[in-house]
Design a binder for this molecule. Structure first.
Ligand code: SAM
Length: 245
């Protein structure tokens, strides 16, 4: 069979594509794209003429079958999303699973991802982090999701839409108390901007200044001291129950 390549593409700056990704896109038999019109712009910029086929989150199973069939016939297919790494808050994971089930080789061609770019420049600890992607757009569900992260000690990475940012920051402050936070906006683009501060500072700022563009949000985990204090409380509770028993 052929190979399924997962090709990272730019998240804003057309120069952010690797030499290898360009070669793979050029040499592949076909490029499966989340949005063919979007990807066509990238391809024409780099004078790549590989045929495109659409593959997005609403693609039917038969679309997947079609791609698997072509891979099994020996075609090499490069999967790309609109921006960044396919499969990261983007379609791809299902196709990868199916390809592996059919014994098809899956090869990543790494490159930009907004999550990693925002994290490394955030100033928050990077040695351990969790990627949370998009929170629910239902207020109640979002609050529940935030509650579930109350005791998370690792740095947290979220994708967020500009019109929900202020609300999300406010909800985070309400659920977690104040924390260090970085808002990375329009990464790699002309108006790239980082706002670093605390949740309360950023709530205030974004209440006044409604943001535009694409946003990745990085928030500090539960501080070590608070985690230790909580652990102490748990131990105290435990010895109390043992005593009673
Ligand atoms: N697969 C992509 C990746 O690897 O980065 C993410 C796709 S997800 C559908 C799109 C979201 O990623 C945006 O809504 C935004 O939250 C974040 N994002 C993408 N490009 C960005 C950029 N240039 N600056 C900040 N955040 C960005």
């Amino acid at each position: 069979p052929g190979v399924l390549y997962l090709c990272a593409t730019p998240i804003g700056n057309l120069e952010d594509i690797t030499l290898r990704a360009l070669r793979v896109l050029k040499e592949a038999d076909c490029i499966a794209a989340e949005d063919t019109r979007h990807t066509r712009k990238l391809l024409s910029h780099y004078e790549i003429h590989t045929p495109l086929v659409s593959y997005h989150s609403h693609s039917s199973e038969s679309k997947e079958e079609h791609l698997i069939h072509r891979l099994l016939q020996g075609e090499n297919i490069a999967l790309v999303s609109d921006a960044g790494m396919p499969g990261i808050s983007d379609p791809g994971a299902d196709l990868v699973r199916q390809a592996l089930q059919h014994g098809i080789e899956v090869i990543p061609v790494p490159g930009p991802s907004a999550a990693i770019a925002a994290l490394v420049a955030s100033g928050l600890p990077t040695h351990k982090f969790v990627f949370e992607g998009f929170l629910s757009n239902q207020r109640k569900t979002r609050r529940k999701q935030l509650q579930a992260l109350r005791w998370e000690q690792r740095t947290m990475v979220f994708y967020e839409s500009p019109h929900r940012l202020a609300d999300t920051l406010r909800d985070m402050l309400a659920e977690w108390g104040d924390r260090p936070c970085t808002v990375a906006r329009e990464l790699t683009k002309l108006h790239e901007e980082f706002k670093r501060g605390t949740l309360s500072e950023l709530v205030e700022y974004y209440n006044e200044n409604r943001p535009k563009g694409e946003i990745t949000l990085i928030v500090g985990g539960l501080p070590q001291e608070e985690a230790a204090a909580r652990q102490q409380e748990k131990w105290a509770d435990l010895s109390l129950t043992e005593h009673v028993a």
